[in-house]
Design a binder for this molecule. Structure first.
Ligand SMILES: *Cc1c(COP(=O)(O)O)cnc(C)c1O
Length: 494
């Protein structure tokens, strides 16, 4: 049992408040913390990308609930020595795993300011809402959506994909589905076999079942087979099911493939079903003039899900959903509650509120770090970062083609390169090489499965990554491979 805390001085308010008693001392400590984290970023190249957390460190995270205060300076020390060195490492230019953004110092500062302000951006009459609406408008403009389109910050594309499914579900079944549920109404959706798992999870959470997401085969470039999509829709209609949703990919998670969005959109229009785009990282290719033509057709989507925390380099988390029909979005989520009553003036003015446009009530001020990032760097420079990562991917592709021990495992469309070390027992060896690389601290790719075979996967997302980091990845892969595979045992071009 927790003993009730006796708080002295409630009357004076001094002890009860959690603000510092000595602001000068606190300020000095705060500046040390800020300096240390900036130095971390400034000198990140001197660190290993990742390292295993030692048992002695893990031990410290099995302590009991602290009853008494611990000095802030001591906590800062623990952060520096026990947390910071053992994070995933995606701020590092040698991090190539999954699809993780690098973050920026500007984004970090904005996040700090947002935390200091502690605005709850559920609603109310406040400028932070306008900051979020400003970003929505900027995205509306970027993607060529009409006035009246809606948008919302969410945790990530997983949540954004779910939002899209829920709005599409409300369109297909009417907003009665909110009170009546989906029972018996057999809605089916479509996405390519290369779609992210969050698409199926969205169907699960929306009460439609993961099997109601039809996984359409892909072509040799891992793009959805549009003919097969049409056939699947026709077959489902014949079986008495109700097609309502199709998701195109703007950058698949495995290989960065971009579906023919114009063709998928055309099928959706002809079939009168919702056209969603999962553009988790790829949608922001719209910021890069030489890449945006690849996304042609995205401007016709009913909804787009993407993350600012991947290619947008905004610190985690900053997912976003853009919905063509903003009024439908509001009808899908808004409820009436006495405590959420709106007024024409005062704090309860300014409707609609973000809480009317999604399933979160309380929510942080994610929009601020995006608003800062888009302005402090400018959309053009962010676009250059994005195209720069694609250039590095092409460079990595060339380096792989030059090395007889290595082979490409998939076409390089954007910023993701899948490759293998050629050898016998290649699945096991390539997974081992990826782990060896991670443990070496030199480079951190992840793995995936391409055409049933394991591949090392390098997603180049971080604005800090340079050619030398790609060279190190190639060199280290060859070293690790040579150490794993006895000399002469690899075969070229089998
Ligand atoms: C990362 C990713 C997701 C999931 O996004 P989160 O922000 O991690 O929720 C969905 N789709 C694709 C293509 C992704 O790359």
């Amino acid at each position: 049992m927790v003993a009730p805390l006796k708080v002295a001085g409630i009357e004076s308010g001094v002890e009860a408040s959690l603000d510092p008693r000595d602001w000068e001392e606190f300020r000095a400590q705060a500046h040390r913390m800020l300096d240390d984290i900036l130095t971390y970023t400034e000198r990140i190249r001197e660190r290993p990308v990742w390292r295993e957390s030692p048992e002695a460190v893990l031990e410290g995270f099995r302590e009991e609930l602290p009853r008494r205060p611990v000095e802030l300076a001591a906590l800062h020390e623990r952060f520096l020595h026990e947390i910071l060195p053992y994070a995933v490492g995606n701020a590092h230019p040698g991090f190539f795993g999954w699809v993780h953004g690098g973050g920026t110092p500007v984004g970090m500062l904005a996040e700090m300011l947002a935390a200091g302000l502690n605005a709850n951006v559920a609603g109310r009459n406040q400028v932070p809402l306008l900051v979020e609406r400003q970003v929505v408008e900027w995205m509306r403009e970027l993607f060529g959506f009409p006035h009246g389109a809606g948008g919302l910050f969410v945790t990530g594309t997983s949540a954004a994909n779910l939002m899209a499914v829920l709005v599409a579900r409300a369109l297909a079944l009417g907003t009665d589905v909110r009170s009546e549920g989906v029972s018996g109404k057999r809605l089916v959706g479509y996405a390519s076999a290369a779609a992210h798992e969050s698409m199926a999870r969205a169907m699960d959470v929306a009460g439609l079942g993961m099997r109601a997401l039809r996984r359409i085969p892909v072509d040799e470039a891992f793009r959805i087979d549009v003919g097969a999509l049409k056939e699947a829709i026709a077959a489902d209609r014949r079986a008495g099911l109700r097609p309502f949703f199709v998701a195109g990919n703007a950058g698949t998670v495995d290989t960065g493939a971009v579906d023919d969005l114009a063709a998928v959109g055309q099928v959706a229009r002809r079939e009168n079903i919702w056209f969603h785009v999962d553009g988790a990282f790829g949608a922001l290719a719209m910021l890069a003039p030489e890449l945006s033509p690849k996304l042609a057709g995205i401007e016709r989507a009913d909804s787009i899900a993407f993350d600012f925390h991947k290619w947008g380099q905004v610190p985690y988390d900053a997912g976003f959903v853009l919905i063509r029909d903003g009024a439908l979005q509001e009808r899908t989520f808004a409820t009436e509650a006495g405590y959420l009553r709106r007024e024409g003036r005062g704090l309860a003015a300014g409707s609609p509120w973000p809480c009317d446009l999604g399933f979160d009530q309380s929510r942080g001020f994610r929009a601020l770090k995006v608003w800062f990032t888009l302005q402090a760097y400018g959309a053009e420079r962010l676009g250059r970062v994005i195209s720069g990562t694609c250039e590095l991917a092409r460079y990595l592709k060339e380096r792989i083609e030059e090395e007889p021990e290595l082979e490409l495992a998939a076409p390089v469309e954007l910023n993701i390169v899948c490759f293998r070390y050629r050898c016998e027992d290649s699945d096991v060896v390539n997974r081992e090489i990826a782990v060896d690389l991670q443990e070496s601290g030199m480079a951190a790719p992840s793995t995936t499965v391409i055409g049933g075979r394991a591949a090392i996967r390098a997603a180049i997302v971080n604005h800090r990554t340079r050619k030398e980091d790609i060279d190190r990845l190639v060199r280290a892969t060859l070293e690790m491979g040579a150490a794993r595979v006895p000399r002469g045992a690899w075969y070229a071009g089998a």
